[in-house]
Design a protein around this ligand. Sequence first.
Ligand code: GTP
Ligand code: ZN
Length: 353
Amino acid sequence: MSLIPTLTETLSRARADLRMGLPVVIGGYLAAAVETVSADRVAAMRALGPAVLAVTSWRAETLKARVYDGDVARIEVPLDADPRWLRAVADPAGDLMTPMKGPLRSARGGDAQPHRAAIALAKSAQLLPAVLMVPIADAPEGLTHLTAGPALAQLATEAALAPVAAARLPLLSAENSKLHIFRPDNGEAEHYAIEIGAPHRDQPVLARLHSACFTGDVLGSLKCDCGPQLHAALNAMGQAGEGVLLYLNQEGRGIGLANKMRAYALQNQGFDTVEANHRLGFEDDERDFRIGAGILRKMGFGAVRLMTNNPRKVTMLEGHGIRVAERVPLITPRNRHNTGYLDVKAQKSGHLL
Ligand SMILES: Nc1nc2c(ncn2[C@@H]2O[C@H](COP(=O)(O)OP(=O)(O)OP(=O)(O)O)[C@@H](O)[C@H]2O)c(=O)[nH]1
Ligand SMILES: [Zn+2]
C-alpha cells in the first residue's frame, strides 16, 4: 500500500486549508478563500503578481460583471483594492448598502479551469464561492497542490459510503428503531439512517430523505417546514411499524449553516430563498442526492415509497438505481413565517405543495 496521499485525500486536505485561510496551489495559481484569508496573506499573495477574484456566474450577474467562462468569472482585482473590497465583492451582505463596487473588469481568454476548480473546492468546504487567485511559478513548501482537471473530476465523483456503527435507539415515534452511521470516503460529513422496525428488503420501503436543518429540526424555526416534516415522517413510519429515514448532513440545501444564515440575512432584506442563494453565488440547490441513493443501496433497499413533495428527489433516486414505487406527499401546516418560502418552493423549485 502506498503512503502517498490519493487525490481524494489531497482534496480533503485542501478543503481544510481553505477553511483555515491557507492558500492552496491549483494548476499554477495560488488560491485562497476570500472569506477566511487574512489581510497579511492577501498582501503576500498580491505581491506575487496580478490577482483575480474567481466567482460564480450567479455572483457575477449580481455584481454586473462580465462572464466569459460559462459558470465562472474572473474579476480583476484593482491595484488599489483593499481586503474590504475583496470581501464586499465576495459577500452580498452589503450589496444594498454599497451597490457600487465597480466598474468591475473580468479577465477574458486563457484557461479558467483552475478558477473553476477553486470555486468547486470552496463550495465543497461550505465557504463563500469567491477565491483570490494569483499566478505562481514556484510555490512555497508545504502548500497543498492540485491539478485543476482531475480535481474537478474527483469533486464531482460520487463518494463511497462505509457503514461505521449502528445501535438500537428507541424513539418517541417508534420504539423499535435503530440508528446507522455512514461515513463518506472523501472526508466530508457523516450521514445517518434511522431504520424503524425490520423492513423487508424485497418490497418498497416507506422512506424519507431528510436534509439537515438545524434551525427547523432542532430549534423549531417557523421559517421552513423541516421540523414538522421530520416528525411527521417518523410518526408515519412508527405507525406503519417500519420505514427508513435518512438524515443527510446537507444543511441549507448543501451550502452549510453559515451560508444559510447569510441567505436568511438576505431574505431579511427582501430576497426570496432562491434569489438569496444566487446572490451568494450558489445554485438554488447544491445537494448531492446520490448520497441518499448510495445509503439506501448499502442498506439493501432497491425500491421506496418516498415521502416528499420534491419531484427532483424522485428523479434523482430513479436515476441512481432506486425505484420510486410511490411518492407519498408530506404536507405540513403553514404559518405566517413559512408561507412565502413554501410558495417560492412551489413556484421556482417545482415542489408539489
Ligand atoms: N439555502 C437555504 N436552505 C434552506 C432554506 N430553508 C431551508 N433550507 C434547507 O433546505 C433543506 C430542506 O430539505 P428537505 O426538506 O429535505 O427538502 P425539500 O427539497 O424541501 O423536499 P421535501 O421536504 O422532501 O419535499 C434543508 O437542508 C434546510 O436546511 C433557505 O432559505 N435557504
Ligand atoms: Zn428547514
